[in-house]
Ligand binder design. Sequence first.
Ligand SMILES: Cc1cc2nc3c(=O)[nH]c(=O)nc-3n(C[C@H](O)[C@H](O)[C@H](O)COP(=O)(O)O)c2cc1C
Length: 314
Amino acid sequence: MKIGPLELSGNIIMPAIAGYTDIGMRALAYRFGAALAFTEMISAKGLVYGSAHTEALLATSDFEPIKCVQLFGSEPEFIYRAVKHEQLQKFDLIDLNFGCPVPKIVSNGDGSALLKDIPRLKEVVAAAVEAAAPRPVTAKMRLGFRLGELVSPLAARAAEEAGAKAVTVHGRTREEYYSGKVDLIGIRETKNAVSIPVFANGDIVDRASLFETAYVTGADGFAVARGAIGRPYIFRELSGERVSPDIPALIKEHFDMLSNVYPDGVAVDMMKKHIAAYAKGARGGKAVKLKAFAAKSKEDIFAAADMLRGDTVA
Ligand SMILES: Cc1cc2nc3c(=O)[nH]c(=O)nc-3n(C[C@H](O)[C@H](O)[C@H](O)COP(=O)(O)O)c2cc1C
């Protein structure tokens, strides 16, 4: 499967997950077979104004064969300048966020708010496409803003017309947040509205949900977000392989990849929520979480990781 000039190794990707898809999680996702892995969402304005927090999110490594960044913003000029920014030149693919439901983002007109203004969404995509060329631009969106509405076929077509090379559709509206069940028919209608590849997204956690999503939507590819938190090996499982991951080793590697680019204290804090996720469902998981949340050093993180030794994480 191709996205613009990029040849993908498969069709299951890890989309942006704020607070999670850091440099370590992306490397692990790629190792276990994700075809693409995206940075957390990055503010186009924050980048243009030189925010240190924004720049910290842009660290990448050689373990990412295709470097993918996600930007959010609703002003074409800032999107253009962000994509042209020196720090974005190492990225092979630029994704635009038209799905974030968080009030702080939506009240600025960003994220899923753009589903209420398709002409602007189109201008944002066009600005990114112009600035990114020849690198491909993709768009990630929800079905619509309000409950029951289906805007994504229009939005996806607008994105395609503006030059986007693929679209990811989360089968919920903004109003639904993460509640209820994903609407696969809405994703199918979006898929049928465009000729660029469409990645179906929402509630894929195992082979059964993957097959159901594939069958109903007819999508070209699939995006797995929450199912990959604490389970980066899900990408291998989805391919049908049985996996028995060494969880403590994964946690330590994940930490080491963070501490290569962040001060140890920052890496320790970043790792806490990951450990909580790695420990989910494990025997003694609660004690591991408590240990992780109290961690102050690399040694504490490794000790928490070792508490998961011998456990078979289901
Ligand atoms: C904690 C959290 C953070 C997220 N951050 C982003 C983000 O930065 N950009 C984005 O496009 N989507 C973001 N999403 C949405 C996911 O990428 C995905 O569309 C959604 O979770 C549905 O897929 P899933 O059921 O596989 O999790 C986030 C979701 C969660 C739960």
